[in-house]
Each structure stands twice: as structure tokens, then as C-alpha cells.
Design a protein around this ligand. Structure first.
Ligand code: SF4
Length: 392
């Protein structure tokens, strides 16, 4: 497929309303795109093609490894298919680190849920309630929601689970029975949300997963799910999500042959985290399409990168291969890496999907598959080509 419009690869909104020049350096109103677009373009243009010795070394490590985990960021279909094939051939486990603290998939697998899309949420009949700060994760979300009838962003960022539970309690009272003196209505966010819901026929909740600590995630999603289920007895209520690992999850679900095929169940991606974190993995393959994952221009580093080390981010293995842009100094040729780290870390530079490699991406709400274009030439292989060679 030939892309005729620029679809941004850099977050699960996958904005498709931007000029093609935005991807290779033109100014953009999105800080993530303004940073990663030109950086990826320069990386793909200026990085010399890899030497065959790098591939040979990486293959040896794959052959020698008894346990392999593939982790990192997989945002496009070509890479996701290659990851799935590589996992089938080598028995590797999948451990995306995009948002390891987001336990919604677990809650959804257990209890189900009622989801919606960005397009539906931004319709004039919708009331959208946004909880948590979406700007560091999806900077253009506010713009994309301007078509919604009413949008309210919660002002308070603490005790979100408890306040959602209070809101649920308040809404459980039949109209007219709740009192202004009750706990929930002392809270401006709860009171405003209560009022908006009372006056609406269709409500969408968008909860930023990172707004709630990992230990509260299960409670968050069961509380939100219960609230939405309650509301659906009288109005339409839905949850809007942007799952950065949706493309990979979908491909794993489409392509797995049988539960015994060696792949981790798609809803259990991330379930082997203790294995990886305990250092029991011989080899980590870390997909780093734009290197310093999730680091925003203002220096904000989402919590997911707290396990960063000189040899790479996240889980530790005895050896690590990064594929994409150099994540944080790991791998050959990096001046910041000690000799012992170099001996266990190898970097394979790859082109960036949506900048110098064509592919497709599924928007994080699951609504559409969008074409990622090739807007400049590069001498670098794609990540999918690297994985195909490693898994031979
Ligand atoms: S909000 Fe996300 S998809 Fe849209 S331009 Fe910014 S990084 Fe790209």
C-alpha cells in the first residue's frame, strides 16, 4: 500500500490529519512528533548500514540462548508479524514494556468491558470525562476530542480510585436522593462529573493508566468497569482506551496456532515479567524503534522506564540485542558503555516505521488500521528484516 498522507507512528493516537512534511522535520504542534520525527529522520539518514559481523554475532547469541524474551515497543504490523514469527521459531516469550503498569487487559480478559473509539467519543452527543493527564502521552488528544458535546478533564490527580468509587456510590442513588453534604459531592471533580452524567445520554470515560500506581491498577479497572456497567442500566457509557501494544496484541491473537505453540497468550503478554526481571532470561531482544522510549522533550520520563540501566531499559537478561535506534548507550560503538556491557549488549540499527519504512498501525482504540508511509530513503534494514534473519 502506498501512503498518501502522513500517519504519525509515535503514539497510539496515530494522528492522520498532519502534513507529510511533519514527519521529517517541519514544525508540529505535538512535542513528541517535533522531537522524534526529525530525530528518527536523521538517524535513518546518517546511521551507516550495519556490518555483517553484527548479524553473525546476534545470530550466535540467539542460537546459544535457552530462554529469550522479546520486549520493547512494537507499533507496526510488519514488525509485529516478524516478532510473532520469531517467537514461534525460537520459543521466545513476549514482554512489551510499553505500559507494564497498565493492568486493563487483565481486567478486560476477566470481566469484559464496553469500549468505544476516538471517532465515536468526539461526536456532538457525547460527554467525555478525562481522568489523569493525557498530555505527556497523547499530546494532541484534546484537539482530537474537540467535536465531543462536552468534555471535562479532572483537575485533581490524587486518590483517583477512591474518588471514582465515591462517584459510583453517588450515582447509585436515584435522582434527588444524594445530598450536597455527602463526601463525594464535596469533591469538585466528582460533583461536576455527577452533574454531567445526570444531564447526558452518552458518556465516555478516558482514564490515563499512568495516573494510578501499579498496585492500584486492579482496583482502578474493576471500579471503572463497575461504574460503567451501572451507568449502562440507564444511559450509554463506555471506556476509551489507547493501547500502545494493540498492534502486537492483535497480531499475536491472529497468528497463534495453538496454546502450545510457544507463544504467550495475547492477554497475558507481560505475564513472564518476574522471569525476566529475575535475570533468568539468557537473551533479551529489545525493540527500540525510536531509541529513548517515552522520553519527552521536556525531560519527562514515564514511570515505565524506571528500570533503565547502561545496558538497556527494563528487564535484564544475560545478553541484550536492541533493534531500532540506540536506546540508551547499549551496544557496539557506544562511548558510554563499559567493556563488560559491550560484551553482552549488541545494537542492530533499523529504519523507523512511518518515517523511512512502510507498514500499518492499528490505532490504540482498535478502530482502524492506518498506513504508515516512507517519507525518506535509508540504507538501514527494517526491524522485521533483522528479526527474520535472527530467527533463521
Ligand atoms: S499525539 Fe501522538 S500520534 Fe498525534 S502527532 Fe503527537 S505523537 Fe503523533
Amino acid at each position: 500500500m502506498t501512503a498518501t498522507r502522513f500517519v504519525c507512528p509515535f503514539c497510539p493516537l496515530h494522528c492522520d490529519d498532519l502534513e507529510p512534511s511533519a514527519g521529517v522535520g517541519a514544525s508540529s504542534d505535538c512535542p513528541i512528533l517535533s522531537d522524534l520525527g526529525p530525530r528518527s529522520f536523521a538517524h535513518d539518514r546518517d546511521t551507516p548500514p550495519p556490518q555483517s559481523s553484527q548479524l553473525e554475532q546476534a545470530r550466535q547469541w540467539v542460537r546459544a540462548a535457552r530462554t529469550i524474551a522479546v520486549t520493547g515497543r512494537v507499533i507496526d504490523l510488519e514488525t509485529a508479524r516478524a516478532v510473532s514469527r520469531f517467537a514461534s521459531r525460537t520459543g521466545a516469550g513476549l514482554l512489551p514494556l510499553v505500559a507494564p503498569d497498565d493492568l486493563y487487559p487483565e481486567a478486560f480478559a476477566r470481566d469484559g468491558g464496553i469500549g468505544t473509539t476516538l471517532g465515536e467519543a468526539s461526536s456532538p452527543h457525547q460527554t467525555v470525562i478525562v481522568i489523569g493527564d493525557p498530555d505527556p502521552h497523547w499530546p494532541r488528544l484534546r484537539q482530537r476530542l474537540t467535536g465531543a458535546g462536552k468534555t471535562y478533564f479532572w483537575q485533581g490527580s490524587d486518590q483517583i480510585v477512591a474518588r471514582l468509587a465515591r462517584l459510583r456510590g453517588e450515582l447509585a442513588h436515584p435522582k434527588g436522593q444524594s445530598t450536597a453534604a455527602s463526601d463525594g459531592l464535596d469533591d469538585a471533580d466528582v460533583a461536576t462529573t455527577h452533574e454531567l452524567i445526570r444531564d447526558s445520554k452518552a458518556v465516555v470515560f478516558l482514564i490515563v493508566p499512568a495516573a494510578v500506581a501499579a498496585e492500584e491498577q486492579r482496583l482502578l479497572w474493576s471500579t471503572a468497569g463497575g461504574l460503567i456497567a451501572d451507568l449502562n442500566r440507564r444511559i450509554r457509557a463506555m471506556l476509551l482506551r489507547f493501547d500502545a501494544s494493540l498492534t502486537l496484541r492483535s497480531v499475536v491473537a491472529w497468528t497463534r496456532e495453538a496454546p502450545s505453540a510457544g507463544l504467550i497468550e495475547p492477554d497475558a503478554i507481560g505475564g513472564n515479567e518476574p522471569l525476566a526481571l529475575n535475570g533468568d532470561v539468557d537473551l533479551i531482544i529489545d525493540m527500540t524503534p525510536w531509541g529513548d522510549r517515552g522520553t519527552l522533550p521536556n525531560g519527562t520520563v514515564p514511570r515505565r522506564d524506571s528500570g533503565r540501566s547502561a545496558a538497556g531499559a527494563g528487564p535484564r537478561g544475560k545478553r541484550r540485542i536492541t533493534i531500532g535506534q540506540n536506546a540508551c548507550g547499549g551496544g557496539e560503538g557506544s562511548p558510554d558503555v563499559s567493556a563488560s556491557e559491550t560484551s553482552r549488549a549488541l545494537h542492530l540499527p533499523a529504519s523507523t516505521p512511518g518515517i523511512t519504512a512502510r507498514s500499518m498501525a492499528i490505532r490504540g482504540d482498535g478502530s482502524v488500521a492506518l498506513p504508515l508511509g516512507m517519507w525518506a530513503e535509508t540504507g538501514l534494514p527494517t526491524a522485521a528484516e533483522w528479526l527474520a534473519k535472527l530467527g533463521m
